[in-house]
Design a protein around this ligand. Structure first.
Ligand SMILES: [Zn+2]
Length: 210
């Protein structure tokens, strides 16, 4: 069944939500102090802990609520807001914990532009300049035309200038040097990414910094 829930979520293979029965939430308006450009509460990040309290992922409030409604997870830390459905009001979680232990495959972390930029701290890996995300692209160190893969080990943050200069060549051929070799995805990378995403989240600290 490919049906979406009323939250508009697509089930992922590891945690199916096809049986989740939830009402479309009405988001409580954000307090004026939070400013007009604040994103929807449902899109705010939620830290996901394994049953052992080990931090394993970051998800959005929307998905965290589905996991809670399904009885898969419970809230460990609560946020400032509430969401309402016809039947109930739920406090928005900041940290949730899975009730059953889940074995997490190490490579399961999404290989995305956002995650590569986070790993490389928005720094062009050829000229070393730190730039806004909009001024960075991803570069295949070994070009795809030479069989270079789209992997954590072969993708780096790169400014447009260096990207143009490099073109379809290897760094050596283009006379460029990597600031550092792109690190593969490890538990360390995972923690680093979660800490970066959660650097504004006071309530995540005790789970991520120890
Ligand atoms: Zn550059």
């Amino acid at each position: 069944m490919k049906a979406k829930t009323k939250f508009g979520l697509r089930p992922r293979p590891n945690i199916s939500i096809e049986h989740a029965v939830v009402e479309a939430p009405v988001v409580t308006p954000a307090p004026a102090t939070m400013g007009p450009v604040r994103r929807s509460v449902l899109q705010e990040p939620v830290l996901v802990l394994n049953a052992t309290y080990e931090p394993i992922n970051v998800t959005a409030v929307r998905r965290a609520l589905v996991l809670m409604l399904k009885g898969v997870a419970q809230a460990e830390e609560i946020n400032h807001s509430e969401v309402h459905s016809a039947q109930q009001t739920m406090k928005v979680p900041s940290v949730i914990r899975l009730l059953a232990y889940r074995l997490i495959p190490q490579q399961s972390r999404a290989l995305s532009r956002k995650n590569i930029l986070l790993r490389d701290k928005n720094t062009c890996q050829f000229c070393g300049r730190t730039l806004p995300a909009s001024e960075l692209t991803l570069d295949h160190v070994v070009p795809r035309s030479r069989g270079g893969r789209s992997s954590w080990e072969n993708l780096v943050a790169c400014c447009y200038e260096c990207n143009n200069r490099k073109g379809d060549r290897t760094p050596e051929e283009a006379g460029l040097r990597l600031v550092r070799r792109p690190r593969p995805f490890t538990l360390h990378t995972s923690r680093q990414l979660m800490r970066l995403i959660g650097r504004q989240e006071e309530k995540w600290r005790k789970y991520l910094f120890y």
